[in-house]
Design a protein around this ligand. Structure first.
Ligand SMILES: Cc1cc2nc3c(=O)[nH]c(=O)nc-3n(C[C@H](O)[C@H](O)[C@H](O)COP(=O)(O)O)c2cc1C
Length: 608
């Protein structure tokens, strides 16, 4: 049914996992890449291949937004209108795409060439506004560039957007790590070179030497001790001590142990793992080798969000290169240690960034979060002890083991060791990913690194840690970027995504866009989250359009507070916190909408 190349991909996939079912999501994606919509025939084929029922395959297809049973054009345009893109004019881009193509969302042009879709965050926040043509990113868009792109597609002069296109991997359109003379180059040290992702370049930077030394001279306890000393706290969002987490894995367990790198990066505003994967994949692999030794684990996976397909290709190639040199596989560096490492692709579901949902997804299921405890360190992938760590966390490990935990800790203040890569997006002069020591203030990051609020405008609000963290008022700009200081200021450091808003921003609209995202991404398992996010979305839509009612403000606050703390996983909290903080810190703006019967900042809206 499929080409020999796709069949080969299928058989390689299946060999990567102890359970065949784990291959399901990537297999469906590869099947779709070749054949288009996932027809009943494809479902039956995949089900037979993996010894599943067609129903088990169908329930997975209906969960992931990138898997589809509907036809698409040869060029499928997906325009992001989530927060960072919205702040930089995504609505105009989306309107232009609809106007120029004459298509409605989901429609395919009569000649089958183009289809369009409005999508949530795709991880191009510092290069917003952005769209994807199939898997290919187009960033820093203007209306003129959209016109040009659509003309090219119309004349079928479009780029090679096949999933394995090399053009996509080296696209000059991107550059999302921002150069700055005062940046602390630790994790981003190697990125300046043009060929930084190549193994040769990595080896020239003493790459893999630390892993070799560690494997030949340190035991698990010694590695964990060094990581504890470093004060490294997880860069995925929760900020848990990495050394402590590693220490929870029961060493005596007779079961296999797993290490999983979380490269799902889907929190709106966040795109800092992208440059680490794109420009320095070997740094991550070296970190994973050391982590695996500390956990006494012999099998590791890198779970990469589906939209980052070109990164899946780049990282997969880096893994192959590492195998070819004996840095992965059996008897690494002649140390007697074995480690198998495989890349895995998601298929569009924010919830799969949550570690237990990620593990479900890696097992080939819908991404429903698991109830904790037990925590993954004890019962994780396939019911075995598992550590899930973020890309940035693991990329820091070689530096810690090379220079010592104390050296790393000294970059930041107490309990906040090291540097961190912050994605600064929104209304700043120079959006970008900036590496700075922990404890740097929001002011330094925004004004010195990101060039300050765009010219002629004033700061109004900051989201300091990704879309799920409470919105801060401008007077909090002198807060240091530590977990504790940002909490004291009333928010969370989260995923390190700093979203900057100036006085032209309507906070009601910001809360509306964020609520739309959480309503879209709720997995539907917990009633407060499933129903509450949709209620809030409906209220916000009419409220922002000028059809608000007096009681809506307290109603929104009350719905959000009924979600907060009442769901199995923190997605519910994530949806509630921006709303509660918007009402608390910007209530007068909500009231003004009521008074005017319209958005005070978008006077073109119809007043009633
Ligand atoms: C809804 C939700 C989404 C998340 N998304 C991500 C993500 O995209 N990437 C990530 O590393 N962690 C994400 N996390 C955090 C993970 O659950 C987990 O804490 C993290 O991967 C652990 O790695 P760390 O200790 O290195 O931070 C998310 C958590 C929640 C609740």
């Amino acid at each position: 049914m499929f080409s020999p190349q796709t069949e080969e991909k299928f058989s390689k996939l299946v060999s990567r996992y102890p359970s065949k079912r784990s291959a399901l999501i990537p297999m469906l994606l590869f099947a779709q890449d070749e054949k288009g919509p996932l027809t009943g025939e494809i479902v039956d084929y995949v089900a037979r291949y993996l010894h599943l029922t067609p129903l088990e395959v169908e329930e997975v297809i209906s969960f992931y937004s990138m898997l589809t049973k509907k036809p698409r054009g040869k060029f499928h345009l997906q325009v992001c209108t989530n927060i960072s893109c919205m702040l930089r004019g995504a609505d105009k881009i989306w309107e232009r795409v609809k106007e120029k193509t004459g298509l409605k969302p989901g429609q395919v042009s009569a000649d089958g060439v183009v289809s369009i879709e409005e999508v949530e965050c795709m991880g191009a926040c510092t290069t917003a506004p952005a769209l994807q043509v199939n898997y290919d990113f187009y960033e820093n868009l203007t209306v003129e560039r959209v016109d040009q792109l659509l003309e090219d597609l119309g004349r079928r002069k479009g780029p090679d957007t096949s999933p394995d296109s090399e053009q996509m991997e080296s696209s000059p359109r991107r550059r999302h790590d921002a150069e700055h003379p005062r940046a602390t180059r630790l994790l981003t040290a190697g990125m300046a070179a043009k060929d930084s992702r190549s193994l040769e370049n990595f080896l020239a930077r003493e790459g893999y030497q630390t892993a070799e030394k560690v494997l030949k001279s340190m035991n698990a306890d010694q590695i964990i001790e060094e990581v504890k000393k470093s004060g490294l706290r997880g860069r995925g969002g929760a900020g848990f001590s990495t050394g402590m987490k590693w220490g929870f894995v029961p060493r005596q367990s007779p079961k296999p142990k797993y290490l999983v790198c979380n490269a799902d990066e889907s929190e709106p505003g966040t795109c800092k793992d992208r440059p680490l994967l794109e420009y320095d994949p070997h740094q991550l692999i070296e970190g994973m080798i050391i982590a695996a030794r500390a956990l006494e684990c012999h099998q590791a996976y890198i779970y990469i969000r589906g939209e980052y397909r070109y990164l899946f290709n780049i990282v997969s190639r880096a893994v192959e290169e590492a195998y070819a040199r004996g840095f992965l596989g059996k008897n690494i560096f002649g140390s007697g240690w074995n480690l198998e490492l495989a890349t895995h692709t998601g298929a569009g579901a924010y919830i799969c960034g949550e570690e237990t949902a990620l593990l479900e997804s890696l097992e080939g299921k819908r991404g429903y979060p698991r109830i904790k405890p037990p925590f993954p360190a004890v019962v994780g992938l396939y019911g075995c002890p598992t550590v899930v760590n973020n890309v940035e966390t693991l990329s820091a490990i070689p530096h810690i083991l090379k220079n010592g935990g104390e050296w790393y800790a000294k970059f930041g203040p107490e309990k906040n060791g090291g540097t961190r890569l912050f994605s600064v997006s929104g209304h700043v002069e120079r959006p970008g990913n900036y590496e700075v020591p922990m404890g740097t203030t929001l002011r330094t990051l925004i004004e010195d690194f990101a060039g300050g609020v765009r010219q002629g405008h004033q700061l109004k609000a900051i989201i300091p840690g990704g879309s799920s963290t409470p919105i801060l008022t401008a007077d909090k700009i002198d807060t240091p970027l530590t977990f504790e200081d940002i909490a004291k200021a009333g928010s969370m450091l989260g995923s390190g995504a700093v979203i900057v808003m100036d006085e032209t921003t309507c906070i009601v609209n910001v809360a509306r866009v964020l609520t739309r995202f959480y309503a879209h991404e709720s997995c539907g398992w917990c009633v407060p989250c499933r129903e509450g996010t949709v209620w809030m979305r409906k209220i916000f839509n009419r409220y922002h359009d000028g059809f608000g009612r007096k009681e809506d403000i307290d109603l929104l606050d009350s719905v959000a507070k009924k979600i907060l703390g009442h769901t199995h996983c923190p997605l519910g909290d994530a949806s509630a916190m921006p709303v509660i903080s918007a009402i608390k810190n910007f209530r007068s703006e909500f009231e003004e909408h009521l008074k005017l019967g319209a958005c005070p900042l978008e006077k073109n809206l119809v007043a009633v």
